[in-house]
Design a protein around this ligand. Structure first.
Ligand code: VJV
Ligand code: CA
Ligand code: ZN
Length: 396
């Protein structure tokens, strides 16, 4: 069998895939939008395409207590490790939230096996980061990570442990500067906050911004890091606030324009890319008009920069769309995107869950009618102008 003899795996370019099937066994609650099962659907589609033969596949281990406390407060991690799971709430309102760490409310419920789930997500991202550090992977993929809202001592927005921060801390051991890019529809506030005071990490988040109506309400264009000129982190947070309905064309051009300028000035040694799939059209929480093509063009662009690249998952609340995007992005990582059939393989487990039998559905297939685009060209030009001005303060 050609596959099993590694004939499909090009020598000299390594992609590693870090995944643990135990993650899917955890449930946030019946109607909670976060479904760990989307990781199983993704893995099943990646395997159905045979992509596993072109990558190094690792069963991710759980992160240790010491690894988690490299960023998180030990009293918070202790609490996560020992707190009793609460009975699944019957409705959205929860009467007894543990206010100390923002645990136990409807966004961040205390479900069975929570600590295991958090450690597995952290372990996958740490393994991925270490493969890059050791020069054993050119691209390392951890779809179970990307939980960008978690704070040092607080859960937030479906996130408990910030696996991205843990992974970037590893990358900083061997790279002077790391660029963090976040295409989840939500603001990457937890990662921004963790590296607020350093000039060794630049964070760039693209997100829907509507402070009163959309979570987490931060990430305005003008928020670029500490205002004090004496703080090295000043100007090292870039925020790209967007409105509903943005299209592939607008998003791709904005992304390439901004990231090109950022790379030129910041000159990172490695890139960490959070690929939250809730920025896709048809997401349960997000309201953009992005297709798999537009979303994945960000991955393709980052790959072409030829820097060590770690890719995380993140949000994504319509599992079939999440699996399509993350599968296509896996194909980009291994360079198979132009060679794979767009029709979902007949032998794909849970094939019927995809409803539409193509990997690259059109906006009409997904939504019928696209969402109204509330992004004007004028606003997007203003954003690029502001970012360009911020970057004048960055670099030698
Ligand atoms: O908007 C919020 C916070 C509230 C309080 C809690 N209620 C339920 C909603 C309003 C102010 N939270 C956001 C959190 C989004 C997290 C996104 C995470 C990521 O994609 O960036 C990275 C993984 C929010 N939006 C929608 C919901 N929460 C939501 C939560 C539910 C729910 C329906 C919607 C929780 C439980 C149930 N339904 C049953
Ligand atoms: Ca984002
Ligand atoms: Zn999100």
């Amino acid at each position: 069998f050609a596959h099993e003899h590694g004939i499909n795996k090009p020598k000299g370019y390594n992609v590693s895939f870090h995944y643990n099937p135990e993650m899917e066994k955890h449930h946030f609650g019946m109607t909670h939008p976060m479904k760990p099962w989307r990781l199983t659907l993704t893995k099943s589609l990646v395997s159905a395409y045979g992509m596993n033969f072109a990558m190094d596949n690792y069963t991710a281990r759980a992160a240790t207590y010491e690894e988690l406390t490299a960023y998180h407060a030990s009293d918070y991690v202790d609490h996560l490790a020992t707190v009793a799971p609460q009975p699944q709430p019957l409705d959205m309102e929860n009467l007894n939230p543990d206010l100390k760490f923002n645990l136990g409310g409807s966004d961040c419920p205390l479900f069975e096996g929570l600590y295991n789930y958090c450690s597995l997500s952290g372990g996958a991202s740490l393994d991925a980061a270490r493969k890059l550090c050791a020069n054993q992977s050119d691209i390392a993929i951890a779809w179970g990570g990307g939980l960008h809202h978690a704070k040092k001592a607080e859960a937030s927005g479906f996130c408990y442990i910030n696996d991205i921060v843990l992974a970037i801390l590893q990358l900083l051991r061997v790279h002077a500067r790391v660029l963090y890019i976040d295409i989840d529809v939500h603001h990457g506030d937890g990662v921004e906050e963790a590296f607020f005071s350093t000039d060794r990490v630049m964070t760039v988040s693209f997100h829907k911004y509507d402070p009163l109506n959309f979570f987490p309400g931060t990430g305005a264009l003008e928020d670029n890091g500490p205002k004090s000129e004496h703080n090295p982190g000043a100007h090292h947070a870039i925020n790209v606030p967007l409105n509903d309905g943005i299209t592939d064309e607008q998003y791709t051009s904005l992304f390439e324009n901004i990231i090109t300028k950022v790379i030129e000035k910041f000159r990172p040694g490695a890139i960490a890319l959070q690929c939250g799939a809730d920025s896709l059209a048809g997401d349960r929480l997000g309201k953009f008009n992005l297709l798999v093509q537009g979303h994945s063009s960000c991955v393709e662009f980052c790959k072409k920069l030829n820097l060590p690249l770690i890719i995380f998952g993140g949000g994504g609340y319509t599992p079939k769309n999440v699996a399509r995007a993350w599968t296509y992005e896996t194909a980009i990582a291994i360079g198979h995107q132009h060679h794979i059939p767009t029709q979902i393989p007949i032998h794909t487990p849970w094939r019927d869950r995809f409803k539409i039998d193509t990997l690259l559905p059109t906006i009409q297939q997904i939504l019928g009618e696209p969402r109204q685009n509330r992004n004007t060209q004028k606003k997007l030009t203003e954003i690029v102008q502001h970012v360009t001005e911020q970057l004048r303060f960055v670099g030698a």
